[in-house]
Structures are given as C-alpha cells and as structure tokens.
Ligand binder design. Structure first.
Ligand code: UD1
Length: 337
C-alpha cells in the first residue's frame, strides 16, 4: 500500500518513513526542504535498502496538492508532519504559522475527502494540554487555551480533522499527541538536524558537549518539582515512529472505535532537566557546561503521559529508555561533527 508522508525528510517524518518501509509500505515523501535537507533521503535509503519517491512540493500551494493527488490516484493513506514547529518564532510570525500549518492541512483533507476511504495520521502535541490539572496526563484532560500560535495550530488542526471526519464518510483519522521526542536512529544515518540555534533541550545539550555551543542555559530551578527544574516525558523517536505505523494499521484494518481518535505518545515517565543532564553526562562520559538562569516564558512545570490508552487500545508501548535515546543523540552529534 502506498502512503504519503508529508514532511518526510524532517526529524520525526524520516524515522516514520523508515518504519513504514520496514513494514512493507511503499512511501511517497512530500517535503519543501524548508527545515530539512535532501541528504536525509540517502540516510533513509541506506537504512531500508529502498528509496522512497520524493517530491519537493510546498503544501501551501493548493494547485500543487491537487496536482499531486491527480498523479497519485492510488494514495489514500497520509501521515502528515509538514508544519512549522518553533514555539518562539510562532509568536513573532503568527500568520506564517497559521498559513503553513493550517492551509496545508485543509488542502490535504480536501483531496482526501474525494476518496471512498482514506486514512489520516496527524502529528499533534502534548502542548494542547498546557499546564495540565493532573499528572500523568490522560487523553481526557482538558485542552487548555494555547500559549502560542504554534500550539494553537495543533489544537485547531485536531478540530479541523475531527469536524471533517464527522461529515466525510470513509475518512478515518488519528491524532498522536507527542510528548518530547529525542534521539536518533540506531544506524546513526538519520537524526535531528536543527537549523540554527536549537530551541529544544537535547540538541542543545549535545551541541554544547561537542563544543558548538559554549554553555547550556537551564531555564529555571525554582519550579515546584523535586530539584526545581521542569519535568518532561522524553520519548525515543524510533519508539514514536513505530506508534505511527500502528495507528495507520489500526485505521486500515478498521479496528478504530471512532473515526477520529487521539492517543498520547510518551513513555509515561517524567524526567527533570537536571536528570536529563546527569543521564547525558553518564552516557557520554563528558562533563556538561551549564548554568541555571531564569525561567523561559511559556514553559509548563511538568508534563508526562498516561500511556494506558496507547498501551491497551493502540497496542503500542515505548521500549527504549532515556539512556538509549541520549546515547543515540550523542552518537548522532559525534557523527555529524
Ligand atoms: C516545546 C514546546 C512544545 C513543542 C516542542 C516541539 C513549549 C512550552 N513547548 O516543548 O509545544 O511541541 O517544543 O519542539 O514551548 N530547556 C532548558 N534549556 C534549553 C532548552 C530547554 O533548560 O536550552 C528546558 C525547558 O525549559 C524545558 C525542557 O528543557 O523544561 C524541555 O524543553 P524543550 O526541549 O524546548 O521542549 P518543550 O518546551 O517541552
């Protein structure tokens, strides 16, 4: 079966393409290369011995999306990653984020709704929960008002899909709400490639350890947590990628209970920033240069997943540890430098 992966050369997308090809799916990638490079295609091909079809398309161009589906009439499964994801940038450029993240989604759904049956996996985020009232966070936790245009595009994106699935018979979708994806493929042929200064913790740690950055700033140690730093649920990107394959198979097999479902994808375990630093120092046998500074605006205190629904309904469970993830992220950094 042929599957379209939009943003398939990005960090999570590329790992999903690998897992899909390993499971026998034929993959077509659309990517506009705005936050990825064409070299990733080689990494995917080396790992799987199979070169996915690649088309450089910008999904904001409605005509190109239409034309793509005219040329690939046999595609009715889509895993959609193509979107902008920098929280801070979204505050400065809201219209860029709303246009990029929402228009592309709408154009894809407009094409899929013409089909007798279609399957859609949406890349969502735990950011939809904001500062949750209870931990661990279940899928029934309230969706709080988003703190950034980026977060808002994930909330609105889910609503657009839900509303569409209500009226388009034959359209089935799953939104996966990721916690904090980190790490790299164990082949070290694909991984995270932040352009410019990394905004996320783990790439900043590895770049500091290798000397590309002078010092890691730890944003706040006065939070009401064990050691005062924020707590997150760091999930290995390969585990996360496998969840997409399971979600897609669930839809294809018709095992879904509803035509729009959501699942939390995390490990269920929270780690503080200082715990991540210690774990990284252990696996890399390096000493990290870091300094505690003030809080970063918009950060929630703690977020980790209740994975019961993913475990029991989707049949997916994370297998790799924080140590595995940090070790692969470090090998990836060493290899890239
Ligand atoms: C952020 C977004 C989330 C988004 C994800 C995608 C917020 C509130 N959340 O997650 O919606 O899906 O990125 O990339 O913006 N930290 C430091 N120093 C650094 C970087 C991070 O101390 O240089 C700390 C942060 O304060 C936080 C933790 O590390 O406590 C994780 O940060 P990060 O990797 O940026 O992820 P989130 O903020 O959880």
């Amino acid at each position: 079966m042929k599957i379209l992966v939009t943003g398939g050369l990005g960090f999570i997308g590329s790992h999903v393409v690998v897992e899909l090809q390993n499971e026998g799916f034929e993959v077509v990638i659309i990517d506009n290369l705005s936050n990825s490079t064409i070299d990733v295609l080689k990494g995917i091909t080396d790992i799987t011995n199979m070169e996915p079809i690649f088309e450089k398309i910008d999904l904001r161009e409605k005509g190109s999306v239409k034309d793509f589906f005219k040329r690939h009439k046999d595609i009715n499964g889509v895993v959609h990653f193509a979107a902008s994801k920098a929280v801070g940038e979204s505050v400065d450029k809201p219209l860029v984020y709303y246009e990029n993240n929402l228009n592309s989604l709408i154009y894809l759904l407009q094409e899929l709704q013409k089909k007798e049956s279609s399957y859609f996996i949406f890349s969502s985020s735990c950011t939809v929960y904001g500062e949750a009232d209870a931990l661990p966070i279940t899928e029934s936790a309230l969706v709080k008002k988003a703190k950034s245009p980026y977060g808002n595009t994930k909330q609105i994106g889910e609503e657009i899909i839900m509303d569409t699935c209500k009226v388009v018979s034959g359209m089935n979708a799953i939104a996966l709400r990721y916690f904090n994806p980190i790490g790299a493929h164990n082949s070290i042929k694909i991984g995270e490639l932040p352009i410019g200064t990394p905004q996320n913790l783990v790439p900043f740690i590895t770049q500091t350890a290798i000397g590309k950055r002078e010092q890691l700033l730890v944003f706040g140690n006065d939070y009401p947590t064990g050691d005062g730093t924020c707590i997150r649920d760091y999930i290995h990107v390969v585990d996360l990628a496998k969840a997409h394959v399971m979600a897609l198979k669930r839809l294809i097999q018709g095992s879904n209970q509803d035509n729009f479902e959501v699942f939390n994808i995390g490990t269920g375990k929270g780690s503080s920033v200082l715990e991540v630093i210690r774990a990284f120092e252990n696996v890399s046998k390096t000493k990290l240069n870091y300094k505690i500074v003030g809080r970063r605006e918009g950060d929630v205190i703690a977020a980790y997943a209740d994975t019961t629904k993913a475990n029991t309904v989707l049949g997916w469970k994370s297998k790799l540890s924080l140590k595995d993830a940090l070790s692969s992220a470090w090998k990836w950094e060493l290899n890239n430098s």
